[in-house]
Write a protein that binds this ligand. Structure first.
Ligand code: PLP
Length: 376
């Protein structure tokens, strides 16, 4: 059988063995975490242990963590809470994930798009001017971009937003587990996390909230999650999230080391005319997004897949279609949007995986050029 090379961790990470084991152990544990008997208390302990681990992932207090169904719900809860707190102006980064962009639109308020520069970095001068333009603002800025891996200057933005009486919501779904995240040092009001991007299960996530950020219930019903998110807890998913968070903290140095393998692949691709998106910005160590004019995202993803190498188009879309990269367009390179591919490693990726991706990509590029010559 041909070797399978999975380099699509930003879409979803391979589940870590610790996370699978924790999910199985939690499923074997009877009891509703709200029940006061022994089994209920044992289930509750699994959730509170996981809360401490997830809090530890971002250096927060355990009490600051509310478990929800994933990154999408965490972002929605943060945004909804700020709107309920009375913020009537919204500023949303130009390269935010749809989970943020659409939740902001759904608030029914005027949304201003915060532009990024050619490297995908949010323009802080623009923010300063807009904050001065009056009225407290809810500002949404992701910590790391899902397509390019570009890391935003969140701490600086938070100081500016706080100084103007605003609320900063941060989507840290792609950053957590790939770079060190310190919630208190960032200074955000709310911060969204998702288990499946760091080796936990799909369908579990968390919103971390500062003590001065008052949250509005996401779902009403039973009083779970301090009344913020009703419904019997997803104990296996939460326990598994906790195990993945602990492992991610342990493995941070290894993930950091992938930057070298990422850069070797970038060097191969740029030698064939590719442009690395966000090359001049700080980026996640395991994410590479590059665009090669004339070599469409779709063709690249399929050519690699035929050889057992799994990557995404710049923007992987939930419908399974390959859509042009929104980040490339926001970065002033709409000409590259149809040609972007994203390679993203994770806890189980090796140097050999990145090398194989580079070899297969170069061969595919050569074949595409040869085909074009035949046609011409
Ligand atoms: N935010 C970012 C930056 C993401 O990349 C994703 C997932 O692709 C989400 C939010 C949504 O997270 P989830 O799939 O857990 O709902």
């Amino acid at each position: 059988m041909r070797a399978q090379t999975y380099l699509d961790y930003n879409a979803t990470a391979k589940v870590r063995p610790e996370a699978s084991a924790a999910a199985l152990a939690a499923m074997a544990q009877a009891g509703n975490p709200s029940s006061v008997h022994a089994d209920g208390r044992a289930a509750r302990a699994l959730i509170e242990d996981a809360r401490a681990e997830v809090a530890g992932l971002v250096g927060a207090r355990a009490g600051a963590v509310t478990f929800v169904s994933g990154g999408t719900e965490a972002n929605a809860l943060g945004i909804k809470s700020a709107v309920a707190a009375g913020f009537e102006r919204l500023i949303v980064g130009a390269t935010e994930h749809e989970a943020v962009a659409r939740a902001a639109q759904a608030a029914g308020l005027a949304v201003e798009t915060w532009p990024v520069n050619g490297d995908g970095l949010a323009d802080l001068d623009w923010l300063e001017a807009r904050l001065a333009a009056g009225g407290p603002v809810l500002v949404c800025l992701m910590l790391a971009n899902n397509e390019t891996g570009v890391i935003q200057p969140v701490a600086t933005a938070a100081a500016m937003v706080r100084g103007s009486g605003g609320w900063l919501h941060v989507d840290a779904v792609q950053a957590a587990g790939k770079i060190a995240v310190d919630f208190n040092a960032l200074g955000a009001h709310t911060l969204a996390l998702s288990a499946h991007k760091l080796g936990g299960p799909q369908g579990a996530g968390a919103l971390v909230a500062a003590s001065d950020a008052s949250l509005t219930p996401s779902l009403r019903g039973g009083g779970q999650e301090r009344g913020l998110r009703a419904g019997t807890e997803n104990t296996p998913g939460i326990a598994s999230f906790g195990a993945a968070a602990r492992a991610a903290v342990r493995d941070l140095a290894e993930i950091t080391g992938q930057a070298e393998w990422r850069d070797a692949l970038a060097a191969s691709a740029t030698a064939f005319g590719a442009t690395v998106l966000g090359a001049g910005a700080p980026r996640l160590p395991q994410t590479l997004c590059f665009a090669t004019p004339g070599f469409s995202s779709e063709v690249q993803v399929m050519a690699l897949d035929l050889e057992g190498v799994m990557v995404s188009a710049g923007a992987a879309c939930s419908s399974g279609k390959v859509t042009p990269s929104g980040s490339a367009s926001a970065m002033g390179r709409p000409d590259l949007a149809r040609f972007a591919v994203r390679v993203s490693g994770g806890w189980a990726s090796s140097r050999a995986d990145w090398r194989r991706c580079g070899e297969v990509w170069c061969e595919a590029f050569d074949r595409a050029v040869a085909r074009r010559r035949e046609v011409a």
